[in-house]
Design a protein around this ligand. Sequence first.
Ligand code: ATP
Length: 283
Amino acid sequence: MMQDSVLTVADLRVRYPGSARDAVAGIGFTVRAGEVFGLLGPNGAGKSTTQRVLTGQHRDFTGSVSVLGRPVASWGRRLYERIGVGFELPAYFPKLTVRENLAAFAALYRTPSSPDQALDLVGLADAADRRAAALSKGMKMRLNLARAVLHRPDVLFLDEPTSGLDPANAAAVRAVIRAQADDGRTVFLTTHDMPAVEELCARVAFLRAGRIVAIDTPRNLRLAYGRPSVVAESLVDGVPQRREFPATDDPALLALLATGRVQTVHTREAALSDVFIAVTAAA
Ligand code: ATP
């Protein structure tokens, strides 16, 4: 079943009881079927709150939010048959084995699911008989991901799926997410991991203080806000120096090159981290 728009949010506002300001202050966006959509922004910008609304866990909001063509509030528990949710902190039964953990979660769904297939998908098949408590952080994050994909949901909501992982484990998790998207799933990702965003997201929205301050493809955002530069390393009186210049014809760079002391010159591409800093800095 495919709909053009899997998530539709219009004028979403959330204010927590006792708070003087909106945690989410009137945001709108749509996410299309099969799209990997990233929600980025500094700590406290409202990302998790938005995810909690979209996943039916926070019901006190105004505006309209629909998931898979229906208002989120009208789904009730059935929503969890259709979406998979992976939270930042892995949730599992520490004394059970990896396979037993997934079997316990599988029992919560009406849709039949295969723990072993999910373990294969995330590269944990070899650890199926290990107790969850004994897993490394990378493995726990994969178990968390296995839990989210177990019942083959239409939409995956992942909150910081690569947080704290070494580069190899982070790449493995990104590959799992890519494979899920290639399989036709829609993925809604909140993350601070810019390589993950570059590699996975078709579009991203940046939140600042509850508002969307930029929304586009990573490429267009880099072109609009990125800051390419040239980095030159030189040796001056035996002391290594590193200087950054805004352009290849910058007069100061040319002067430095003329000294004959420059050892390396690199161009630095505009990065999504530049975009992050440019659009989320306080106005
Ligand atoms: P992070 O990157 O740290 O996860 P975030 O972008 O997910 O941040 P939220 O957790 O959605 O941000 O928080 C948005 C705002 O709402 C913050 O000011 C936060 O302090 C506040 N907030 C979040 N949860 C609650 C709550 N349960 N009660 C009151 N205020 C909350």
